[in-house]
Design a protein around this ligand. Sequence first.
Ligand SMILES: *[C@@H]1O[C@H](CO)[C@@H](O)[C@H](O)[C@H]1NC(C)=O
Ligand SMILES: *[C@@H]1O[C@H](CO)[C@@H](O)[C@H](O)[C@H]1NC(C)=O
Ligand SMILES: *[C@@H]1O[C@H](CO)[C@@H](O)[C@H](O)[C@H]1NC(C)=O
Ligand SMILES: *[C@@H]1O[C@H](CO)[C@@H](O)[C@H](O)[C@H]1NC(C)=O
Ligand SMILES: *[C@@H]1O[C@H](CO)[C@@H](O)[C@H](O)[C@H]1NC(C)=O
Ligand SMILES: *[C@@H]1O[C@H](CO)[C@@H](O)[C@H](O)[C@H]1NC(C)=O
Ligand SMILES: *[C@@H]1O[C@H](CO)[C@@H](O)[C@H](O)[C@H]1NC(C)=O
Ligand SMILES: *[C@@H]1O[C@H](CO)[C@@H](O)[C@H](O)[C@H]1NC(C)=O
Ligand SMILES: *[C@@H]1O[C@H](CO)[C@@H](O)[C@H](O)[C@H]1NC(C)=O
Length: 670
Amino acid sequence: MYCCRSLLLNFLVYLCAFSVHAAINGKSSVNLNHLEHIDADAVDQIRSKPKTHEGLGGFEPGDVAPAFKVQTLDGVFVYPPQKESRSALIVHAFTNKSAFLECLWTWNESLTDLLDYLPSSVQVLFLSLDETAASDAVWMREQLYSATAHRSKEIMSRLHFSPVPVYALGNWIPRVLYSWGCGGHNCGLAQVVFTSPDWSIPVISKRLNARYDWLNSRWGADPYRLLDAGDGCKPDAFIKGAVAWISEGGCSVFTKIKNMAESNATGVLVYAFPGNPIRDMNCLGDECSTSLNIPASMVHIEPSVMQALRSGRIVNVTFQITPSPNFFIGIDQQGALSEMGWFLYPTFRFIAWQAQWFVFNEGLQERLKRPSSVVPVFNRSLMQGEMGARALVNLPKDFLDYDILELEASLSCPGRRDETCAHWDHTVQLYVCCDQSSPYCNTEMGRWITAFRRGTGHWLTDVSSLIPLLNNATCAFNMKTVPWAMPWMVSLNLRFSRSNQSGNSSKRLYPFNVMSLFSGGTFDKDYNNRYQEIKFTPPVSTKKVELYAVITAHGYDENFCGEFCVTSHHFLINRHINNTLIFDTAGSPLGCATRVPEGAVPNEHGTWLYGRGGWCDGLQVDPWRTDITAQLDMGGTNTILYFGLFEGRDPNPKTDPGYIIMYSYLVYYK
Ligand SMILES: *[C@@H]1O[C@H](CO)[C@@H](O)[C@H](O)[C@H]1NC(C)=O
Ligand SMILES: *[C@@H]1O[C@H](CO)[C@@H](O)[C@H](O)[C@H]1NC(C)=O
Ligand SMILES: *[C@@H]1O[C@H](CO)[C@@H](O)[C@H](O)[C@H]1NC(C)=O
Ligand SMILES: *[C@@H]1O[C@H](CO)[C@@H](O)[C@H](O)[C@H]1NC(C)=O
Ligand SMILES: *[C@@H]1O[C@H](CO)[C@@H](O)[C@H](O)[C@H]1NC(C)=O
Ligand SMILES: *[C@@H]1O[C@H](CO)[C@@H](O)[C@H](O)[C@H]1NC(C)=O
Ligand SMILES: *[C@@H]1O[C@H](CO)[C@@H](O)[C@H](O)[C@H]1NC(C)=O
Ligand SMILES: *[C@@H]1O[C@H](CO)[C@@H](O)[C@H](O)[C@H]1NC(C)=O
Ligand SMILES: *[C@@H]1O[C@H](CO)[C@@H](O)[C@H](O)[C@H]1NC(C)=O
């Protein structure tokens, strides 16, 4: 297990609270109708709304970014760049009024994340929202330059720092920053408000909350009493019922917060010593296996608060968020404006992930230019409720001449902004039925997981092995997710093409038959007892046999199985050859973030970064294909048996077992 358990536990508790809420809402038909209503209106608005840049809010994600020039410390930055016309650009507007941004710019790991992970084809323009823009630009450049240390300084030529404040740019950029609302950390100023009976005005200070997936608690709206608790390195019963005001240093932030939680404090404010920056408060190593249920934030030291507390005055504290312009805009290689998603914690790695996705998308656009016979199935069709999205499609007459079939799918939102996107990471399945009398009518042909509140997902999945499912000229397609999910707009094309086998078409093999094997089920102690050996003889003229499986693990027992635990899936052939698929990154902290270059949608809400059992938020589920021809007696009888294990053993959960969604086939080629 790489990932701290309490970290997951906290998130799951949080997730459960929301799921229950969502399920209750989902059951209410009034609510569903309401959603459909909103959705229909939103779609109408989008279809009828002319693209205009007149008036505030005229720019939407997907619109083309107009050309602009900005003065920088080194000269003038011109967009689009004259030479490298296909480079993407990230625009970041800094303000030191945000503790999140202060930490983003002072934490060494955040700075080195930008240097180490920003793709080489991407440039960044740094701006400041404040009147101190000139000194901010010099400071930002210095922060990054120092962080390069022994690294190559090449990256500095792709980073541009403007001394002109955003409010004086004189171009369209402020309009986008001011009008693209956002939630979470990408804008908005999180603050604490201190009051004391002796003061005529409150003291208002920026704050950075501890990571929400680490501490399972949020600040309430009512005032809290604030009491000084020294450095918090020892429990102190006196703090009971109040928010503890404690200094940094002396022991880990985890120890401080744990001590205050044990002392029954209602919350913790850790202050930085004068001159020190606000830091990201997180647990380290073994600390993370203890769950803490208390809110905590970091602030700068406030001398007036210190003085009032030390002289025994009453100080109360409340928590607020003041709206602000957006801090980030993306422009992809095609010149389209893009939102940057949600930053879970203050590191430039989130900028790098969005930039990596731009690079993935650029590659995808290239792949889509390859010649193929395209059959449209859905074009921004509404997917919602029990019905999902449905379409009846005529296949091209010559489709059996192709040996490659790819699904080009995208999931977008009712509106153009991510704020209109559905919550949660739900499983989406595509079913096909061509011949109604066939046992393969309504078989799963593709599987994806929705991107939690982001509408940019676009994937190309090779499902060539399933061409035999298309056994009639007319096929019915049905794409759906859980009926209570908020609406998605789905697009789907079937793309038929021919593989290149070094130009020798006689080397091409065509799948002509599939044989259904095992399906999944509840991942409990009886899981493996349900499977029995299947006997099979490859049809005459078979040249190749492939094992094809689509497996994902979901749910969470006390071991967080199957979503966040390491499961393995074995297909035993002729009782001795083990074909094994292991979900070894399930539960690892960045297991899904490292798949952004493969198309996992970056910067989603929730904990999209963690590895999962065979899937990631905002990604297609890749079919697992293994050529087993050499393992078989092609002329005789063979056997195959499936079993699934948790950390190498039969599953044996004590609480709510998880479940495995599986389709598996033998595919015969000739
Ligand atoms: C940002 O603000 C903090 C305190 O509010 C201050 O110590 C720091 O010097 C400021 N940084 C910049 C670059 O202005
Ligand atoms: C960041 O600074 C800390 C403390 O100085 C140091 O231990 C750590 O190695 C640094 N990390 C990086 C990525 O430079
Ligand atoms: C200060 O906070 C305490 C504890 O929540 C509350 O009872 C009291 O009313 C607050 N005082 C003011 C002036 O808000
Ligand atoms: C904190 O609250 C718990 C539960 O009410 C109690 O058992 C414990 O003694 C309290 N601890 C302190 C230090 O007040
Ligand atoms: C999808 O529909 C839009 C407008 O409704 C149309 O412009 C576009 O060409 C369609 N795309 C495909 C692939 O048919
Ligand atoms: C093939 O599709 C046509 C058109 O939908 C349908 O009428 C026919 O019944 C289908 N054939 C089979 C065998 O399902
Ligand atoms: C297909 O194969 C031929 C012959 O080997 C080669 O010249 C050509 O570049 C290949 N085409 C693609 C698209 O890979
Ligand atoms: C193509 O492959 C077949 C079967 O391997 C072989 O007989 C034939 O000579 C090949 N043709 C070319 C042009 O390479
Ligand atoms: C197949 O692999 C699993 C897991 O490593 C192991 O438990 C099992 O004994 C293996 N079976 C055979 C026949 O090798």
